[in-house]
Ligand binder design. Structure first.
Ligand code: PMP
Length: 426
């Protein structure tokens, strides 16, 4: 860790907290984050030359594993033609067509540069389309860092939201209602109270920012029905679940059709890309065909589109998602079985190639309160032992884990063995 420690202290001189995105700083688990120098397949290599099996995968994008040859070649080829034009390209046409083939509810789409931009723009569009002001989101769901989404529930059963960060005005936060994930009654209550002014519900169809919490049966169906009843739009934030829970995303897996969908991560193949899209009649309200403004200097950038197209073509390989799902289940159940054998209370959740490990006595974790009540102190000790033994997981107990196509059964089994040693050391 010598080189990482040196880099971290250097980084802290000129970058707030030493990192360009907070969770990378290991604040939740403590210690020094390994600085990464390269990645390949299922592995990360740090600045001191240590190898790790990686279950973060750049926070989701690397569903094919790191440094994929096909994506790398697509980027190298695209670079030959110039880095950015600020004018329409054929690549963008191909991308929009491919998105609507893989995710049919996205009849039209617009490219952006991050998940944050995708959700922020989708919400503006929902408000512009419906003429309503409020939005409804769920406790523990994360939709990027735009003002109206950095909002937590106020105290009391149904109060208007309060900012979850300084810098977000209360006057903005009060338009965001926050209710409990997997609890339709709280959604109905919110709509009873102010359904006439709710533009949209935005939801992670499988929550991945309070560890991994899949929807309980009927939850997503219920959201669809409530939106239809009140004329609100249903936005699926599939930045994490898109091309990960299934080829067609969570909406294919659970067979629910949202009005708008937000994408990110996998769609860029590792480049900074996001997208939002949905029904033609809604998307037609977007500038320049409609009045709702949205734009981007580098949106649809040719290098990013080339990487994304290569990724989206490669993930269509027959059987890829079946194998991913099987291997993820093998990992999650394998670790859970070791915990049981060692006598550590633990439960696991998984959906497609997302998983979450909860140190808790609770049998099935379905909401934020249960997720944050887990034993974080035990998680942190487990985390550091895993890291020491060469397994890199998300450095906080409230983050989902990811499996890639390069995580073979042998690598999964090796990870389960390591987890056994880590659990025994607790
Ligand atoms: N939505 C979800 C569900 C996410 O998980 C994230 C990022 N983890 C975002 C939005 C924001 O994406 P980005 O970090 O690319 O802005």
């Amino acid at each position: 860790m010598q080189k990482s420690e040196q880099l971290f202290s250097q980084a802290k001189q000129h970058i707030p907290g030493g990192v360009n995105s907070p969770v990378r700083a290991f604040k939740a688990v403590g210690g020094t984050p390994p600085f990464i120098s390269k990645a390949d397949g299922p592995y990360l290599f740090d600045a001191d030359g240590k190898q790790y099996i990686d279950y973060v995968l750049s926070w989701g994008p690397m569903v094919l594993g790191h440094n994929n040859e096909v994506i790398r070649k697509a980027v190298a080829d695209a670079i030959e033609n110039g880095l950015s034009f600020g004018a329409p390209t054929e690549l963008e046409v191909q991308m929009a067509e491919l998105i609507s083939t893989l995710v049919p509810s996205m009849e039209m789409s617009r490219m952006v540069n991050s998940g944050t931009e995708a959700t922020m723009s989708a919400i503006r569009l929902a408000r512009g389309f419906t003429g309503k002001n409020k939005i409804l989101k769920f406790e523990g769901c994360y939709h990027g860092h735009s003002d109206s989404l950095l909002v937590k529930a106020g105290s009391g059963a149904l109060t208007f939201g309060v900012p979850s960060s300084p810098g977000v005005p209360e006057s903005v936060a009060q338009h965001t209602l926050t209710v409990e994930f997997n609890n339709l009654a709280t959604v109905e209550e919110a709509f009873d109270q102010c359904g006439d002014d709710i533009a949209c519900i935005i939801v992670e169809p499988v929550a991945g920012n309070m560890n991994c919490i899949p929807p309980v049966p009927g939850f997503l169906e219920g959201l669809r029905a409530i939106c239809d009843k009140y004329g609100a739009l249903l936005i699926f934030d599939e930045v994490m679940t898109g091309f990960r829970v299934a080829l067609g995303g969570a909406q294919a897996h659970y067979n629910i059709k949202p009005d708008l969908t937000c994408l990110g991560k996998v769609i860029g193949g590792g480049m900074p890309v996001g997208a939002f899209g949905g029904k033609r009649e809604i998307m037609a309200h977007l500038a320049p065909s409609g009045p709702v403004y949205q734009a981007g200097t580098l949106s649809g950038n040719p290098i990013a589109m080339s990487a994304g197209l290569a990724a989206l073509n490669a993930i269509q390989a027959p059987g890829l998602y079946e194998t991913l799902t099987q291997n993820t289940e093998r990992l999650a159940l394998g670790i859970q079985a070791e915990a049981k054998a060692v006598g550590v209370p633990m439960t696991v959740n998984y959906a497609g190639s997302m998983f979450g490990i909860f140190f808790t006595e609770v049998e099935k974790v379905v909401n934020y309160q249960q997720a944050i009540n887990c034993n974080t102190e035990q998680f942190n000790r487990f985390y550091h032992k895993m890291l020491e033994l060469g397994v890199y997981m998300a450095p906080a107990s409230y983050e989902a884990g990811f499996v890639s196509a390069m995580h073979s059964e042998a690598i999964i089994d090796q990870t389960i063995q390591v987890a056994r040693s880590a659990l025994e050391s607790l």
